[in-house]
Design a protein around this ligand. Structure first.
Ligand code: NDP
Ligand code: 2IT
Length: 450
């Protein structure tokens, strides 16, 4: 049976596109060493070797007409990684950087995140290298229809249920759902994050950002640290996760002073203008630079004006830092800046936004650190609530979903803390999340046989 180091060696030469998967896999494998040492069932059943290989990788061609009647060709993917705990579940990402390696890392992370929620959902992820930026509404619709022409063969309410991620929000989910219905004539809950009027759950748009802050509040309480109320916070990104994290920070009386997009960062000392940001990003889809037209007193820092291995958003003193844009967006240099400026808590809204170096720096400096697979699990948890509502043809109130989300995030934080303690890594939320997430999936795999 392979040991941890042999397994890592097996993947020693990660190719460019596999680099992210390797990073995610190495972290999990190193974290779970104490669990493997304490219970030989996992080695006997070759759980690790089996868990690092997806059940299936679906790759397909997507052809569509743009507004000039030119034919465009993209690649679509769905990675069904592991369904030991329930139907494959995870988002779709539409971004030019999407390739099989990116989705493999995201689907792998999703297995453990979904396990941590305690809900019956397996792990998957999909998407395309299609770039929705600068496309007309009609082009986005044409692309989504073409994408679903192929994807519909592989999904189902008890098979695989995709949702949103970068570049995929309610608009895209609506078009995808419409096409599925047209092809199959079925009004099935095959996607989550649907608009409320046709089966979406209340609070799904808010869920990841709100859940991130609920998780952070619980983590601070468990670590006997001061709550976020009245504290300066920095947030990166300005999409679904970032703006709803900012909203919840305001609800708690915190002061979120930043947000960012791929082109630059806004720093607004008095607190960012959330209504303006929502209009700019959710309705008009414009660059953050325009923020200065309404708030000339704020500062805009173009991405290219900052050293290449760091980011302006992490160079601003804060109590709490919340990376909510994309993977590896917070580097070792950024971590050093945050630590030097006195950060007390970092929680990941995006998937794997901190590099391995940054994560280790936070852990070594005893910064309260909430890893993505625990901290951002609120989105997929409410997706599962949407599946439950669809299955029973029911609708839950905003208050009910919010309460269940809050309880889920509190339970995840407590489970992570207890697990870390049980396996001798007290206070380490990275190891605690990896061990707790892994254990539930592994036990199910053993019980289900091969
Ligand atoms: P959105 O598409 O709504 O927003 C993405 C934000 O991140 C935008 O501000 C975007 O800027 C920025 N961004 C994306 N790629 C890059 C890049 N390469 N460099 C710099 N900035 C970038 O996506 P979400 O808010 O849904 O997702 C954000 C993160 O949260 C992702 O890591 C996603 O996997 C994760 N996540 C999302 C969940 C959800 O429910 N939506 C659930 C759990 C995690 P620009 O517009 O300029 O590209
Ligand atoms: O990364 C994630 O958890 C998501 N993009 C949400 C997945 C989902 O199925 O709601």
């Amino acid at each position: 049976m392979m040991n941890v180091n042999d397994l890592i060696k097996k993947f020693e030469k990660p190719t460019d596109s596999n680099q992210l998967f390797y990073q995610a896999m190495e972290e999990v494998v190193l974290s779970i060493a104490p669990l493997l040492d304490s219970d030989d069932r996992y080695k006997k059943n070759a759980i690790l070797e089996r868990l690092v290989v997806p059940d299936r990788v679906i790759k397909f061609k997507v052809e569509w007409f743009d507004d000039n009647q030119n034919i465009q060709v993209n690649t679509g993917y769905r990675i069904q990684f592991n369904n030991a705990l329930g139907p494959y579940k995870g988002g779709l990402r539409f971004h030019p950087t999407v390739n099989e390696g990116v989705l493999k890392f995201l689907a792998f992370e999703q297995i453990f995140k979904n396990s941590l929620t305690g809900l019956p959902i397996g792990g998957g992820k999909g998407g395309s290298d299609f770039d929705p930026k600068g496309k007309s509404d009609f082009e986005v619709m044409k692309f989504c229809s073409a994408f679903m022409t192929e994807l519909h063969k592989y999904i189902g309410p008890r098979v695989d249920v995709p949702a949103g991620d970068i570049g995929v929000g309610a608009r895209e989910i609506g078009y995808l759902f419409g096409e599925y219905k047209k092809i199959t004539s079925k009004y099935d809950g095959i996607l989550t994050g649907k608009p409320f009027m046709f089966g979406g759950s209340l609070m799904r748009p808010e869920a990841t950002g709100y859940g991130l802050i609920y998780f952070t509040e619980t983590m601070l309480e468990l670590e006997n640290k001061e709550p976020l109320t009245g504290k300066i916070c920095t947030v990166s990104g300005s999409g679904n996760v970032a703006l709803h994290a900012i909203e919840k920070l305001y609800h708690l009386g915190a002061i979120p002073v930043t947000c960012s997009d791929s082109k630059g960062t806004i720093y607004h000392k008095e607190g960012v203008d959330l209504d303006l940001l929502k209009d700019m990003k959710f309705n008009r889809r414009v660059s953050l630079e325009e923020y200065l037209e309404v708030h000339p007193e704020a500062t805009y820092i173009p991405a290219e004006d900052y050293p290449a291995d760091g980011h302006a958003v992490w160079d601003i003193p804060c109590y709490g830092a919340f990376p909510c844009a994309t993977q590896n967006e917070l580097t070792g240099m950024d971590a050093q800046n945050l630590i030097a400026n006195g950060v007390e808590v970092v929680a990941e809204g995006a998937n794997m936004p901190c590099t391995t170096k940054a994560t280790n720096d936070f852990l070594n400096h005893k910064i309260c650190f909430g890893p993505a697979k625990a901290a951002n699990a609120g989105g997929v948890a409410v997706s599962e609530f949407e599946m439950a509502q669809n299955a029973s043809m029911g609708k839950w109130s905003f208050e009910k979903v919010d309460q269940k989300l809050k309880t889920t995030m509190q339970q995840i934080a407590k489970r992570v803390v207890l697990t870390a303690k049980d396996y001798g890594v007290e206070g380490n939320y990275v190891d605690g999340a990896n061990i707790a997430g892994f254990k539930r999936v592994a036990d199910a795999m053993i019980a289900e046989g091969i």
